[in-house]
Design a protein around this ligand. Structure first.
Ligand code: B12
Length: 142
């Protein structure tokens, strides 16, 4: 992705920032290939990205979003045993009264629209291209 990113970024005139997204793979989960693809595609489409990497504690997502004034948290989970962490991110935002300010999008193989609705996330996307459209609609960039 380090090689591809500069080429993707040459895609033409885009707004300075479509919004700030904090992204990572949830704690207990080291799968990061899909998360990194999503981060790269968001970045190539004008989003500012803070990529926290993999195995990221629930509170860290919210701490970083709060500190950076991010409009969206994107949480990846590839394991059925770790996807419950996505729910805890939503709960942590509610606990800190940030749920109305920060959108949450979820993704990864075991996730679905239904899962996103069940945990109170704002949306689910099945691949990196769909993640860009979702982020644009959640953050009013389109
Ligand atoms: C590669 C891989 C690994 C690599 C990960 C390397 C890395 N740096 O990521 C390694 C070998 C390390 C690994 C380890 C393990 N793995 Co693994 N792994 C996979 C595999 C084969 C592919 C995942 C992948 O990278 N796909 C390619 C990317 C591009 O696709 P993606 O991740 O789905 O991402 C796309 C979308 O989902 C979406 N997306 C992803 N994240 C997000 C986030 C947001 C916000 C949005 C909107 C969208 C989005 O967009 C992406 C781009 O299109 C899957 C099988 C599979 N077919 O998914 C198993 C799989 C996920 N692994 C599995 C398991 C069990 C493990 C281990 C527990 C094995 C073990 N016993 O040690 C460990 C995990 C340890 C841990 N604590 O995390 C199981 C999970 C089963 C389950 N029901 O939970 C799977 C499904 C394999 C299987 N069939 O059993 N694994």
């Amino acid at each position: 992705m380090a090689v591809l990113h500069p080429a993707l970024a040459k895609g033409g005139a885009r707004p300075k920032s479509a919004g700030h997204v904090v992204i990572g793979t949830i704690e207990g989960d080291i799968h990061d290939i899909g998360k990194t693809l999503v981060a790269t595609m968001l970045s190539a489409n004008g989003f500012e990205i803070t990529d926290l990497g993999a195995d990221v504690p629930v509170a860290k997502f919210v701490d970083e979003a709060e500190a950076r004034g991010a409009g969206c948290i994107a949480v990846s989970a590839l394991l059925t045993t770790t996807m419950s962490g996505q729910r805890r991110v939503v709960e942590e935002l509610k606990k800190r009264s940030l749920k109305d300010k920060v959108r949450v999008m979820v993704g990864g193989a075991p996730c679905s629209d239904e899962w996103a609705r069940e945990i109170g996330a704002d949306g689910y996307a099945g691949d990196a291209v769909a993640a860009v459209s979702l982020a644009q609609s959640l953050m009013g960039a389109k």
